[in-house]
Write a protein that binds this ligand. Sequence first.
Ligand code: FES
Ligand code: FES
Length: 706
Amino acid sequence: MDPIQLLFYVNGQKVVEKNVDPEMMLLPYLRKNLRLTGTKYGCGGGGCGACTVMISRYNPSTKAIRHHPVNACLTPICSLHGTAVTTVEGLGNTRTRLHPIQERIAKCHGTQCGFCTPGMVMSMYALLRNHPEPTLDQLTDALGGNLCRCTGYRPIIDACKTFCKASGCCQSKENGVCCLDQEINGLAESQEEDKTSPELFSEEEFLPLDPTQELIFPPELMRIAEKQPPKTRVFYGERVTWISPVTLKELVEAKFKYPQAPIVMGYTSVGPEVKFKGVFHPIIISPDRIEELGVISQARDGLTLGAGLSLDQVKDILADIVQKLPEEKTQTYRALLKHLRTLAGSQIRNMASLGGHIVSRHLDSDLNPLLAVGNCTLNLLSKDGERRIPLSEEFLRKCPEADLKPQEVLVSVNIPWSRKWEFVSAFRQAQRQQNALAIVNSGMRVLFREGGGVIEELSILYGGVGSTIISAKNSCQRLIGRPWNEGMLDTACRLVLDEVTLAASAPGGKVEFKRTLIISFLFKFYLEVSQGLKREDPGHSPSLAGNHESALDDLHSKHPWRTLTHQNVDPAQLPQDPIGRPIMHLSGIKHATGEAIYCDDMPAVDRELFLTFVTSSRAHAKIVSIDLSEALSLPGVVDIITADHLQEANTFGTETFLATDEVHCVGHLVCAVIADSETRAKQAAKQVKVVYQDLAPLILTIENYE
Ligand code: FES
Ligand code: FES
């Protein structure tokens, strides 16, 4: 296969790359090659949203352009052929014109250090390109993948809310009074007492949003997509070859030829493994615009979804279906939808594919336990033909007899309709509602004998509690035939705790908390199903002791709703005196346009060197030896500094800068590697061999600390 040129657009400018390195991600390409430093490097792993940009793609079959946010740090540039990329620089700047989002986020005090701001602006921009007057739900959803360590989010949300059609009411009424009225009444009283004002900005001075002023999709890309027959593209790098087949036949052939090569769509599973775990794939297969991978079809037994659909597309499809079909048919879809609303952030959901999520079988996958209890099946294809396998616990455990064969491709997933008297529930607990991996999650399903409240089928799967997703199948088996009542719940809790055991050394720790979650989810499931049974047939409803139904209430407020007031200045204060007035951060506008320059944004100076630290992997240990020889022999490595080199300069009072002979926490600085590039410094740091000898006490939890 001949290599081809990579063609895409950035902020309306054509980019053609002849020698594309498949290992090159969009973020360094923008920042280093194109010198567009407005897009920031925060976590580098899809977790913070600082690198958000918008990708636009034209589909010649539907004639539609799809705009969506992505994390540039996880987007290989090879995947961008034929797309248009918009970065914060493409929206506006202080020299020409500001985009209304940039203006409002600055004027509403939505920036402090400003590092997250370009990412926030771009997430909001992608939302407004699709929904110029978004709802609060859409707004909350769009910003879910962006972290801010400074502002507390309120002023950012305030700025973004100025684009919403709705007034900002949370739509809940307490004592018959709307939340807005409560806020306003409370505010009026406090203003009276404190002489404070909620006026932090004036909406009248904001530029209007005019969608006709946005960058158009490049006509050249549209023409190419319409006229040129799609052709498999291959990009050869120094270490990696990237193959993008455009038909299912070519995809199957590529998988036959390279059975060990991963199939990637969004690079959100493979990317972090390559980046952070040192996994290496010499060949990557990345299908592009293959119709069968984007299939959406409804049949008598359920819905079939193409494996290449993004999780965000799946969310929209399911949201549409649950509106149209009766609740009893859509139990699994509703449960999936609940998880899809909080799974990662909008950027990752737009990049990650349904098939990739299933096949990667991450321990903390939110969807797999649900798809398994929902009796889903996977449609596979290889040169040997088609095959269907159940998405079962055995598949999730990668049992060879239940798994894909190396040369098989997952084409689509069948998700059956639920039946009458069948209930499916989804649970997860994470450190924050969105954009955080679950500590424990679960999918649960029960089917009752027609109208009798007696269990006919029961399946319960937990994620996050072991080295694979775990099924409580023996417990479920023993509960078949039991009526759905509190006696059954008692037995179920005992059985499940016996079956889903957690060793004290379980990965991720938090063993007691996880055990509590296992039972809490079961209890919630009992309540949810009891409520469902009561709705279906009040005559068969199980009794619920006390007021336990409140356990089903959502703890998270639906929309962020806060009010900030500031003290009014003395009317006699001179207008030019800024003290006490809510004044925009002086760098706010430049934060919002990406023009503010941070250290990492400065161009490299001649013969600049880069330093990275080797840090302790032990909590408390003696350093037995440090071997620098291999690291020092790598190209580009200039020196490695240890505590011995620094001598007295290493000591500050009772503390040392680099560890001398002991480390006292994971992350304790051990030595510093200096090289002529950041990549080489990091590579060399990995080659420093430190031998530790663990010491007591090891303080790993608050309970260990005495
Ligand atoms: Fe944090 Fe990309 S840098 S998501
Ligand atoms: Fe959001 Fe500093 S991280 S303003």
